[in-house]
Design a protein around this ligand. Structure first.
Ligand code: ADE
Length: 418
């Protein structure tokens, strides 16, 4: 008998209701689940998944299980676990789950060890903590590992660094880099859920706020466009000149963080890098600034520096808000301890967008089992993008045109010109 570790089994009924509600907006994954139940492409495959434990993730676990996988789940962030979902996964869906909302670092890693106790041959990560834990602490597992899947930009960056360093010990598929993942999940999912998290944490009016968006990757541009849609004045900070130009021509103010801290009253980091907002920035911020992060790790806001210069900290002045007081009385409000605001204060990306991301995860798992991948960080095969986008269009009742024979011929010829 597997020992699960979840917070409160009495929440299981509510968790099941939310899982089924999410499922009603995940038609692509549901279709894959039906096929998996018939074909069993993952029969007997032991899997460990380290993901945000949400209603949407529960539906991915159900899909892998329907395909025959023996899958265990642990959290990929201490604050993103939905305790009702983890209880339901154990009670109603028979998925061994190790995740408690608010768990400390030690418990977080204990849960990772429990998720890999059955010697998995596939891993599924959101942030690469499974791969790095196996590499550093259970290297013998890597020898029999078939492949891994990685969900997020930050994780893919870590994997490429591991490969370049000679540290990567088994092949991994960069699910994040599939078009049907990052063009939708990172942009529309993070865009909406980050606004949602900030509003749930602060209950503040967005219209007229001066919002500074750090980073203009897919997540940053999604958030910038959504918060502007609610009436905020938006400035973007960047280190990449091309992205800075894009932000400018998309109609955003672009400035350095040094300038932005004197201008803005709400800040959100979505860069994937560390120390984006640091001591010299806190020192210049306006009174009552709101500071949040929606990047994967809690390293984008230098909280140690803020702790150092603050004369007082009012912890939890509101759910998910800690207020720091500087020596001249200015107040700086940090949301969700600098952890990813969309999952810590809200429910993460809505189901409809996770439908596509997790459809890619399920199909990439099948692909990894059926193929022998060499060591490296692999792209998702384009056929999977094609399948997922076509199934999603069908579910949305959207028809598109097909190339005529004349158009196909035109595209494959070079003789015709002016
Ligand atoms: N990452 C962002 N939103 C998510 C969600 N709803 N479920 C799982 N992972 C996520």
């Amino acid at each position: 008998m597997v020992q699960n570790d979840v917070a409160n089994m009495s929440l299981a009924d509510e968790g099941r209701r939310r899982i089924l509600w999410a499922d009603s907006d995940m038609p692509v994954l549901a279709q894959i689940r039906e096929r998996f139940a018939e074909e069993k492409p993952l029969e007997g495959v032991k899997m460990a998944a380290c993901l945000h434990v949400t209603a949407e993730t529960a539906n991915l676990m159900r899909t892998l299980q329907a395909g025959g996988a023996d899958v265990r789940l642990c959290a990929s962030n201490p604050l993103s676990t939905q305790d009702d979902v983890s209880a339901a996964l154990v009670k109603y869906f028979d998925i061994p789950t190790f995740a408690i909302h608010g768990e400390d670092n030690e418990t977080y890693y204990k849960h990772i060890y429990q998720a890999i106790e059955h010697n998995p041959m596939l891993t599924m990560d959101d942030g690469c903590d499974l791969v790095t834990t196996i590499t550093k602490e259970r290297p013998e597992l890597a020898e029999t590992m078939k492949a891994g899947m990685e969900e997020t930009t930050t994780g893919v960056i870590r994997l490429r660094a591991m490969f370049a360093d000679g540290a990567l010990k088994y092949p991994v598929i960069a699910v994040n880099d599939a078009d049907t993942k990052h063009l939708f999940d990172n942009r529309y999912g993070t865009g909406q859920s980050t606004v949602d998290g900030i509003i749930r944490a602060t209950d503040m009016l967005i219209a007229g706020k001066k919002v500074v968006v750090a980073g203009y990757g897919w997540c940053g541009r999604g958030f910038a466009s959504r918060i502007r849609g609610m009436g905020a004045l938006v400035a973007v900070t960047e280190i990449n000149p091309i992205r800075a130009l894009e932000a400018s021509m998309d109609g955003f103010a672009v400035m350095s963080m040094e300038e932005a801290v004197k201008w803005g009253n709400m800040f959100c980091t979505l860069t994937g890098n560390c120390s984006v907002i640091r001591q010299e920035h806190f020192e210049q911020m306006r009174d009552n600034a709101i500071v949040a992060n929606s990047g994967h790790f809690n390293v984008e806001i230098d909280l140690d520096a803020l702790e150092e210069i603050a004369v007082k900290k009012n912890e939890g002045i509101r759910n998910n808000v800690d207020q720091y007081i500087l020596s001249d009385g200015r107040r700086i409000n940090i949301l969700a301890q600098g952890r990813l605001i969309n999952l810590a204060a809200a429910e993460g990306h809505p189901a409809s967008v996770m439908d596509m991301s997790f459809a890619v995860q399920a199909l990439a798992s099948e692909y990894a089992v059926k193929n022998d991948l060499p060591l490296g960080v692999h792209s998702v095969p384009s056929g999977i993008d094609d399948t997922v986008s076509r199934l999603k269009l069908k579910a949305l009742d959207i028809e598109i045109d097909e190339l005529t024979d004349r158009q196909k011929q035109y595209l494959s010829s070079w003789q015709e010109g002016t």
